[in-house]
Design a protein around this ligand. Sequence first.
Ligand code: SF4
Length: 387
Amino acid sequence: MRPLNDILTYCNEVAFDLNFTYAKKWKTEKSNRALVGFLPIYFPREIIHAVNGLAIGVMGAGDHKQIIKGDAYYQSYICHLPRGIIEMALDHSLETFDGFIFPAICDCVRNLSGMFKLAKKGQFQRYFDYPQNFDASIGGVFYNQELHKISEDVFKVNGVKLTTENLNQSIKLYNTNRKLIEEIYNIRQEYPWRLSAVDTYKIVRAGLSITVENHNKILEEVIGNITEESGEPMDNIRVVINGSFCEQPPLGLIKSIEMAGCYIVDDDFMLGSRWIQGDVEDDTNDPLGALVNAYLTKSTFSSAVYDVGNPKGKRLVQLAKNRNADGVIFSAASFCDPALLDRPELQKECDAVGIPHINFQYHENTGQFKVIKEQAGTFSDSIKLWA
Ligand code: SF4
């Protein structure tokens, strides 16, 4: 088992490598491999894995790239993520990718998929719609057809057919991945001082840039490291972060919240990796149906999903209670319509049960955290003094 510091150095390297060196090297090692980029939030990577592909999360350029051309592609009053991604594409960072998947989340991503099409990036550019109807005979049938289209897209690239056996095997690996990530969150719930939220973030994010087999090994090593006591408990409050599911906050922002006296015991930073709650059936004659069923019945909540009958406000409150959190921090990307439109409803639910909350907005390349740190610090102090 490698020491935690070595693992973190590696995760930091692969998670923020905007040239995707690991993935590109992986592709060259065998002839019929396919490299597929996908955007936030969730995409069932199992289906790409099963056809000899590697699904890579394209989570934005963060504060690692100066945006010049990207600004010319978009109006000023939208979030930052699409500008960073188009800049990466125009700078040829995504050059050896075979295709791209744009999960339907908002109009900005829809437009981005069109730009990739016009710029002829990859052999396919799939705008990937999710069912908003959770009836298996309606939304389920639709989703099944959408998944089929993806496997056909990859087949045209590498000639590998989706088989029951391969998909079952891929589902098994991703079940393990989700289980291990959840175990890390559960250990952190009890002992948040053993692994900071920033480090957790790097570890989970690294999984979007490497193979699932490699990531599972890393997660096991992390668990081995944090099962033993290390560090010192601090007099911090415990918070859940909500609203950062797409454009990712800069590391400095997460660090600032922690340094202001908050243990982040749950968050939606890398929500796609934790989207399915529990296992997908992995020993079945219809593994595609199992993925569909998992999406319909085991999805987490998010502003990107229609939630009639299962309101996200109540689910957020439940999450805060499960994590024994003292408060919720609503932290969304500036101009993020889905997150900001939902926020009042979520706040109302928190108010109804007396969960304190604060909110702020960020850009993925925000460089000043002083105000956010002061705000989070005051929040922490007020809870310690008066809650
Ligand atoms: S950050 Fe929000 S508005 Fe921007 S692309 Fe993501 S979901 Fe859409």
